[in-house]
Design a protein around this ligand. Sequence first.
Ligand SMILES: [Zn+2]
Length: 305
Amino acid sequence: MPADVDPVFVGIDIGGTKIAVLVCDDQRRIHQRGEVPAPAAEGGAAMADAAASLVRTLVGGRSIRAAGVGAAGVIDHDTGTIRAASSTFTDWVGFPLAEELSQRLECPVVVENDVNAFLLGESDVGETDVLGVMLGTGVGGALLIDGGLRRGPHGAAGEIGHTPGYSDLLCTCGQVGHLETLASGTSIALRYAERTGQAADGARDVAARADAGDTDARAVFRDAGHALGLACASAATLLDISHAIVGGGVAHVWHLLQPGIDDALGTDAPITGIPLHIRPATRGADAVALGAIESARSLALASVF
Ligand SMILES: [Zn+2]
């Protein structure tokens, strides 16, 4: 069969601002990629329509073996339904995303939490036990245990951003002291503003100031890195994990986080003595869709038998 009519696998990254799609073949070679704005305020059906339309445009006349989705929110993995999500998304909670996309694309569809998909997309072959941390607007987390995602009985495992004890600051969730109060992009800008009395235009602005020699900006990133290092060390100690992969916009300025991470591992390394490697993500904007493709491949394999 000629390559251009072989069935393809599709990975879909559904976020609050954009929907990105990768199309690959059986050998994981990427053939097409594309993205469109996400109509998050228009409801689940509009999101499914936008995603399906983009996929159809990219796939053309080829059939789809299976599609995987990485979507924001808590996912009921068995049904592919969104169980909880941020208020950015209208009519998203309760939306049967897998079923709706499966009807539109006429193929099996599996839906994964976006941070879980990120971790699948970023972890290397042979890395069977890995913590994934996403430092974006908030802080998300995911766990790969014994080579498989640990989702938890409610689909909510790995929420390291809302573990307590890192500060006395109010978190976006309403509680106090969570990792997210120091390590999210939003928090980095807030902490800088509190410290200096000068408003910052997001974490990127604080990073630019740090790189220009602003010691307060550097200290805010050092605090973020320290909290991140402590969180990774706690997870590693609890779960015998020796790798952590950190993604999201804040991880782009790794050189500003590294001093704090080193401080944390210097004083609070896992007591097991097993080295903990904390590294930045390397697959950029493709990571979630690549992980979604891995989920689709697993689904296709499982449905063969
Ligand atoms: Zn919180």
